[in-house]
Ligand binder design. Structure first.
Ligand code: GAL
Length: 796
């Protein structure tokens, strides 16, 4: 949302101080009791309560020196040491064997005297989890879920201008899990300070929907909620202006609104947008609605809403229709962590993940199993990625409903969101009580957003207790199991279905044999839990049964925790099509071949098997070409016809050299992939994902680090330890290598490569200039540079 004079939303991520571990509870509680007045002497008239927070018995406004400085988003869990010991707070397996615990954050900040009388709100986008917030010693609220945002009005409690600085203190208790995967710990999403007039558009106060779509016009409805926080009524004027993506005014409207004292009013209007540009994954066209509130000719608020014009429809026979056209969902389910940073992803890293998924041909993202970060939704709108935004729990308690309301009100203007998922695989699916709760959630969702269907991602409750009837779309998690999905379609032909989760195929990047000792799985894509299936089964099932609407593969990326089928020392999942660093596994090329029309031909395993000369190697090929030829050292090993959606196999007697795969369409050779027997590790090749960055203190570069031989071929088994150093206005914020059993720290300036690769994440400072990264290992070196720009200029 753009800042304006009338509405200021400042990022509040900088200058926090952090303390790991609890503080004796009595002191904290004391600080929470209206500033502990019971324990202090009564205050003299005009005296300030001078307790910001209470630390170890010392009532103080001073933040202790040993509370280290941190920049949000921050995840302290990823800073910890792996330990197979629940006494250390590491939840075996599910949390990736990293300790959780309790932590505190404090931040000191001034508020100008001129803001007195305004409405000042602190907004937390996500704190993992169970947070308690004090401002200037006053307890202001608690919030349990780590996945829903929350906000507190601070206006009464602040000190303005000369009255002194303010201190916000947040206690975070992440000891109890909310899910069964790595969740991180701490203030891992952004924090904002929002200052508005007391007559302003409410939080998430607009709701824009496409009513009709004709070729030359679209009717859209805009609902706007305005709050009057003044003691007297306000006869206001609301002016709504629609801008196109190029910034031209498309249409505007004006409405009078009478708003009583301390009242809230919602107006609804229908606006016609001529010649609408439709939103879709291929054409993610966005409009902006600017809502301006005037009182007695004075502008009191300007509130921007980004939205898209599009229609969605789900059918029981033709699947999903976007803007009236069938669109098969090529989806992936994803948790939110990444190498180097845990769950505290800088915005650019979220964007990077979405770009990687799009390159693979993925067109839909299921935020499993919780509401997505707000920035992820913005990015999906902008880049064109459909989203299933998901509720964390099947819970109709007041807290459960309020978490659902957050999910929906926060997301309902995002054109990328196509359905609300209300639960995932809850044990009480299919029970009478489960169905009641689901119905309550579905009704609550419909009330807030009648335009999108509700879905539940079920794994057993499909046909019991009226559970499936509670939602618009029935999610089939692993519905291919025993032909459940196809059978149910025949039995319930009117049921709208989606392949909400599938595959769970486990592979390790660059590994071609089952290795229980190290916790590695072969890349051939044949190992999966009993409920899962191969990528080929997951996809061809959908192609053969379009009523399934599409599929969401479990998962796009590996994530920490759930190291199925292993346990310690394995700490990461193996389900990803890409590893935790976003490096592609071989199955990536399977999905790319079936999800894009770009010619793909990809053979594996690698071709460096010294000592195995004469042995038979299973060579697999993924391709979307009609025919594929395999050649060893120039000799053809035969041409085979591809069956779309499957793979080809050759048994090849190993000899060193070159294994070439060629893809043909219409008899023409259109694609080639070469595997070579590599020489010894000779150098490090650093490939930044971008070389031009914004010098804004948060922009980020993902540098892929490859160990190559003297000819530049990646050594597919290299595990050399690499040391990084950086010069210029940037810093290393994390490293990773995708090895699911690696216990090296992610917060470091060194990392071992895993099967030839690792990554390093570089974040910019707020200073422009050249950032030079050098990498070295024993007998190896490499370097690369990036430039960060400030206002389009490199100043140094
Ligand atoms: C599903 C579940 C996921 C994950 C997956 C692993 O049943 O929804 O969260 O646990 O299994 O295969």
């Amino acid at each position: 949302m753009a800042n304006s004079k009338e509405r200021e939303r400042i990022n509040f991520d900088a200058d926090w101080q952090f303390h790991l571990g609890d503080i004796p509870i009595s002191y904290v509680v004391k600080a929470g009791m209206t500033g502990g007045i019971t324990d202090c002497e009564m205050l003299e008239q005009g005296e300030w309560l001078d307790i910001a927070f209470v630390d170890k018995g010392m009532e103080s406004n001073a933040i202790p020196d040993d509370w280290r400085k941190v920049q949000l988003p921050h995840d302290w869990c990823v800073e910890g040491e792996y330990a197979n010991d629940p006494n250390l707070g590491s939840r075996p397996g599910s949390n990736g064997y990293l300790p959780t615990g309790i932590g505190y954050y404090v931040k000191r900040f001034p508020i100008p005297a001129s803001d007195l009388g305004k409405k000042i709100v602190i907004q937390f986008d996500g704190v993992m989890r169970c947070s308690t917030v004090w401002v200037n010693g006053h307890l202001i609220g608690t919030h349990a879920s780590g996945y829903t945002g929350f906000r507190y009005e601070l206006s009464d409690l602040l000190r303005y201008g000369d009255e002194g600085d303010n201190v916000v203190c947040v206690r975070v208790d992440a000891t109890e899990a909310e899910g069964w995967w790595y969740e991180g710990c701490g203030i891992y999403r952004h924090v904002w300070l929002e200052t508005t007039d007391r007559l302003s558009v409410a939080n998430y106060g607009t709701f824009i929907t496409t009513l009709t779509l004709e070729e030359d016009e679209s009717r859209i409805r805009i609902e706007t909620t305005i709050e009057n926080g003044y003691q007297t009524p306000r006869d206001s004027v609301l002016v709504t202006t629609i801008f196109d993506q190029e910034g031209h005014v498309v249409v505007d409207s004006r409405r009078e609104c009478q708003i009583g004292r301390y009242d809230v009013v919602t107006t609804s209007e229908i606006i016609i947008v001529p010649n609408p540009q439709l939103w879709s994954p291929n054409t993610p066209y966005l409009y902006t609605a600017v809502s301006q509130v005037f009182y007695q000719g004075r502008l009191t608020d300007r509130y921007d809403t980004s939205f898209g014009i599009r229609t969605i429809e789900f059918t029981s026979d033709r699947g999903f229709l976007l803007n009236g056209e069938p669109l098969l969902i090529h989806g992936t389910c994803n948790h939110q962590d990444f190498a180097g940073v845990g769950v505290a992803l800088p915005d650019r890293l979220i964007e990077y993940k979405i770009e990687l998924l799009k390159e693979m041909g993925c067109n839909a993202y299921r935020s499993a199993h919780h509401p997505a970060t707000p920035e992820l939704l913005d990015i999906c709108d902008r880049l064109g990625m459909l989203v299933v935004d998901e509720n964390r729990k099947l819970d109709s308690s007041p807290t459960g409903i309020s978490d659902l309301e957050y999910l929906i009100c926060r997301g309902r203007n995002h054109p990328s969101i196509i359905m609300w998922s209300l639960e995932n695989e809850e044990i009480i699916e299919g029970t009478v009580i489960g169905a009641r709760i689901l119905r309550t959630l579905a009704n609550a969702a419909k009330k807030l957003d009648p335009t999108r269907p509700t879905m539940a991602a079920m794994n057993h409750g499909w046909n019991w207790g009226g559970y499936a009837e509670a939602v618009d779309i029935v999610g089939y998690n692993y519905g291919q199991r025993d032909g459940q999905d196809v059978g149910d379609h025949l039995e319930y032909p009117d049921r709208i279905m989606v392949g909400s989760e599938s595959a769970s195929c486990t592979t390790t990047r660059g590994i071609y044999a089952f290795d229980e000792k190290h916790g590695y799985l072969p890349a051939y894509g044949t190992v999966h839990p009993s409920w899962g299936c191969t990528p080929e089964k997951a996809w061809t099932d959908v192609v053969q049964n379009p009523f399934l609407t599409g599929v969401f593969i479990w998962t796009g990326f590996d994530y920490r925790g759930e190291p199925t089928p292993f346990e310690w020392p394995c700490v990461n999942s193996h389900f990803g099509i890409m590893d935790l660093c976003g490096l592609p596994k071989d199955s990536y090329y399977y999905y790319k071949s079936v999800w894009t029309s770009e010619p793909v031909v990809h053979a594996f395993p690698h071709w460096s098997w010294e000592g195995r000369e004469g042995e038979t190697i299973d060579v697999w090929v993924y391709s979307n070409c009609e025919k594929v030829e395999l050649l060893l050292n120039g000799r053809s090993l035969g041409v085979k016809a591809m069956m779309p959606g499957f793979h080809l196999e050759w048994q090849v007697e190993y000899e060193s050299g070159e294994l070439t795969t060629r893809g043909y369409r219409g008899g023409e050779w259109i694609a080639e992939h070469k595997l070579v027997t590599v020489g010894a590790a000779d150098r490090i090749v650093l490939t930044p994902d971008r070389t031009e960055l914004q010098a804004d203190g948060v922009d980020l570069c993902v540098v892929r680090v490859a160990i190559t031989d003297d000819l530049g071929y990646v050594v597919p088994t290299a595990g050399n330890e690499i040391q990084f150093s950086i010069k210029g206005p940037g810093r290393i914020i994390g490293v990773g290598n995708g090895d699911p059993s690696c216990h090296e720290p992610d917060k470091a300036d060194r990392r071992s490569a895993f099967n030839g690769y690792c990554i390093v994440l570089i974040q910019c400072d707020q200073e422009a200039g050249e950032i030079a990264l050098t990498a070295s290992g024993i007998g190896l070196s490499g370097s690369c540079t990036m430039t960060s720009y400030f206002d389009g200029k490199c100043l140094s």
